[in-house]
Ligand binder design. Structure first.
Ligand code: UDP
Ligand code: MG
Length: 316
């Protein structure tokens, strides 16, 4: 029995916020006349969050709860919610009242135009400028250029996904902000709409400036996975070959020095550099080859497809 909509909300010590948020979400969802569930994931809260959630769930069978044994992080909480969601469309949102449930109908409307992912853009973000808005502005620009999925606000939790898109994605680390980028290999249609953002009134933000560094490292990871996960030798091998060519060039230079000026090769730093470049080249090519073996293990052992078919015609 499928339902139309799953709203997934990760919560970590949001006792006060959740009491205000759930009635807001329900009143919006009741208005749009779709079958829905609200999945709340308590990410190991140490305050009264779970008790509050339990009380809410007792009054309403559409509210479903998952409680983690300890704090596993927002990505893990979202992932647990996605795994158990039964809605055809899944909408994650923050549990701290910063996202506005009134935006949910607008996300759905946009999705009905034929998109697989509709991303929220907090144009008027209500967070600190120096530690949050500025780093996030730069990170968004960089992610947009690198992944070629052009959005203004990857970090906004409020987005709408077709369920089948999420089924094809496994999340690790802090990767939930990269779902649209990770999904792009399947050829998804992504749209963006502006959403409301409210300042945090109760409780504390769980993140600081250090998240920016993690996001940058995740970006390298995602870029690699998107562009080279089935062909690591192309990346490592081309850099390796570049080093080999440099090495050969430096070798020629040092030999010509030897024969024109009769300098000793052992005293020649160009010759030393040539040897170093040669070794680096060999190591990189070997890494690429190792990568190729691992890719085969990854895809073949798990029967992971390297393509996604949109449609088949005249096949049984
Ligand atoms: N959150 C979570 N686990 C964590 C950290 C955060 O479930 O380890 C939840 C948190 O309760 C909130 C959402 O993720 O509902 C966003 O967190 P926060 O508001 O701290 O992030 P910010 O809005 O400052 O980026
Ligand atoms: Mg927040």
């Amino acid at each position: 029995m499928d339902i139309d909509l799953s709203v997934v909300i990760p919560v970590y010590n949001e006792e006060t916020n959740i009491k205000i948020l759930i009635p807001q979400v329900k009143s919006v969802l009741d208005k749009i006349k779709k079958t829905y569930e609200i999945i709340l994931v308590d990410d190991g809260s140490s305050d009264g969050t779970f008790k509050t959630l339990k009380k809410l769930a007792e009054q309403d069978p559409n509210i479903k709860l998952i409680r983690f044994r300890r704090n596993f992080g927002q990505t893990a909480a979202l992932s647990a919610g996605f795994d158990l969601a039964r809605g055809k469309v899944v909408i994650p949102m923050d549990g701290d009242l910063q996202n506005d449930p009134e935006d949910i109908p607008r996300l759905l409307e946009k999705m009905e135009e034929g998109y697989d992912v509709v991303s929220g853009w907090r144009e008027n973000r209500k967070d600190r400028f120096l530690t949050r808005k500025l780093p996030s502005y730069l990170a968004n620009k960089l992610i947009s250029i690198t992944t070629r999925v052009h959005l203004h606000d990857y970090g906004c939790t409020l987005k709408a996904y077709k369920k089948e898109i999420l089924d094809g994605i496994q999340l690790y680390g802090e990767m939930h902000r990269f779902i649209p980028a990770l999904a792009s290999w399947m050829g998804v249609r992504v749209a963006e709409i502006k959403v409301n953002h409210r300042p945090r009134e109760h409780g504390n933000s769980k993140y600081g400036l250090s998240r920016t560094i993690k996001v940058l490292l995740d970006l390298i990871n995602v870029k690699f996975l998107l562009s080279y996960s089935t062909k690591p030798l192309h990346l490592f091998g081309s850099i390796g070959l570049f080093f080999m060519v440099c090495s050969l060039f430096l070798l020629i230079v040092s030999l010509s020095f030897k024969f024109t000026y009769h300098t000793l090769l052992s005293n020649n730093s160009t010759f030393l550099l040539s040897i170093i470049f040669f070794l680096v080249g060999i190591i990189l090519i070997c890494m690429g080859l190792l990568g190729e073996i691992m890719v085969r293990m990854y895809y073949e052992s798990q029967h992971k497809p390297i393509y996604v078919i949109a449609e088949k015609v005249n096949f049984e």
